[in-house]
Design a protein around this ligand. Sequence first.
Ligand code: AGP
Length: 368
Amino acid sequence: DAGHYDTGGYEHYLLKEISEQPETMTRTMSGRLDERFHVAHLGGLNMDARETRSFRRVKIIGCGSAYYSGQIGAQLIEELARIPADAEPASEFRYRNPVVDPNTLYVAISQSGETYDTLAAVQELKRKGGRVIGIVNAVGSAIAREVDGGIYLHAGPEVSVASTKAFTSTSVAFALLALHLGRVRDLSPADGRRIVEGLRRLPGQIEEILTQGDKIAELARKYAKHASMMFVGRVRGYPVAREGAQKLKEISYVHAEAYPASELKHGPLALIGPDMPTVAIVPDDELLDKNLTTLGEIRARGGQVLMVGHREPESKLADDVIVIPKNEIELDPILLTIPLQLLAYHAAVALDRDVDKPRNLAKSVTVE
Ligand code: AGP
């Protein structure tokens, strides 16, 4: 129930929540960025400097989109703090009797703070002596109460079943955590500053992407005619592709699969043809050439390509391109997600779906 919160003139909560992201993300960063020493202040972690330096691994757990934002988080932590990190669905983690290691920092992610699988995983970790922090939106929720400390998103209530602003705020919270862990290890002041300044640029850049709403709506009407779509990305782009496919499935009921672009030729390329378009995440990073080669392979099989990236490719490698502003390569996944949220939203509207309350889904899954 939305309670005091209304759609504020938007047609759906989802569009409101997508449009709010410049502000929600600003709130996630508020009071936490230090311009002088290029560090992040995260008092809620309840962790002293010695403990902050002590972790040898980071293990991230969450469900659904929370898990995909955890994959973005794992990459941020590996890149900026150089600590091995990975993400796993909390629903799987809790059932496989994981080895709980005292030198690992466990991070549980949940918008609602009430997802049963994530809560049960946290309880299992704590039973076995694990150090668990939370990245949670709902203040005072079950997971927030169970963890040893954490980072609140301050993104405000998220009403639409499909997560959008919590996803991007979680990714920002991970950038803060990576900065925090990195600056007491190998991350240089110059790189710390680069990330702090990059974070500051994000809200304005999201505003810019939001101005492309009409163009993206048109693309959504074009592509939503297909029964199935492929989403691909490499390394930083892969969790973005997974989240884009998830959004499309949940609210438009168009079938979508996400694959690392590098894996296409190991199987799913067999599906590519005129009936199966591909959304390709192609940031301007060290993998650009590899990604462009993949686009050529898709088009050689008659597959249409909708590319999301930082510039138009030189030759005709994509049928359509959504160009977005560039940030630091580590932060680009946050911006690359926004057009995919809009694409899914407009596809759902074009197909006349129940955008805010898709069939078979609940906002928070509090049962097993
Ligand atoms: C997101 O669009 C989904 N509705 C779903 O995957 C969600 O992210 C997941 O159920 C986790 O919810 P939580 O963040 O409240 O724990």
